[in-house]
Ligand binder design. Structure first.
Ligand SMILES: [Cu+2]
Length: 219
């Protein structure tokens, strides 16, 4: 399926744009290693340089809403994946590690599907990442700083910080998903938005329950 392959390349370019890619084991990514040479696709690389990531595509707000949603949520998810990847290595609680793996895989799967939809309806139309979408401005802007803080966190402090950050990340994601439930033109996009809103709500409830148990165990 060429669309999925394309989507995977986009994901790789999203992940490669940050330092966590270089520092993590990049598990599951290495088999796409040859991708970089033909990564001429949608994501302009100069927009994606380390540190000063520009999360805005030119004229994004003039693009169709669904196009904006697919690209902006993909970027949001790519950030979630980076956090989850770190937690798979660094979490001290096993149940959090397992959950991080699930969040990583879920979001990767969503990105593939969203980028396949983008190919189907908006091929050749460029990128439409729009930071003005609900919940996104703060979420996308704070990502690099959050990653630095997470990397510096020690032991159990990492777990608590991760839960706080991922919960916030999911809450912001749900704001955009809820907007898509109302505004999306394509039924497939609405269904994806519903799936994201539901699964992130469930994740947040699970993380809150975990944290409660950790606190009680300490008493
Ligand atoms: Cu997301």
């Amino acid at each position: 399926m060429p669309t999925v392959k394309h989507a995977t390349l986009l994901l790789v370019s999203l992940l490669m744009s940050t330092s966590v890619y270089a520092q993590s084991s990049a598990s599951g990514m290495s088999h796409h290693g040859s991708g970089a040479s033909h990564m001429s696709g949608d994501m302009k690389h100069e927009e994606m340089k380390h540190g000063d990531m520009k999360h805005e595509s030119a004229n994004a707000s003039k693009m169709p809403f669904d196009h904006q949603f697919l690209d902006t949520m993909s970027m949001h998810h790519a950030h979630g994946i980076q956090m989850a990847q770190l937690a798979q290595e660094r979490a001290t609680h096993d149940e959090l590690k397992q959950m991080a793996k699930k969040m990583h895989d879920d979001q990767q799967e969503d990105i593939k599907k969203m980028q396949a939809m983008k190919e189907q309806w908006y091929a050749g139309k460029g990128d439409a990442m729009n930071m003005q979408m609900p919940g996104m401005k703060e979420s996308l802007q704070s990502h690099d700083k959050n990653m630095e803080k997470l990397k510096a966190a020690k032991d159990e402090q990492f777990d608590t910080m991760f839960v706080a950050m991922m919960s916030k990340h999911h809450t912001d994601g749900r704001k955009m998903a809820n907007a898509a439930l109302k505004k999306a033109e394509h039924q497939d996009v609405k269904e994806m938005a519903k799936k994201i809103a539901d699964s992130q709500k469930k994740d947040n409830a699970e993380m809150a329950a975990m944290q409660k148990e950790w606190k009680q165990a300490k008493k």
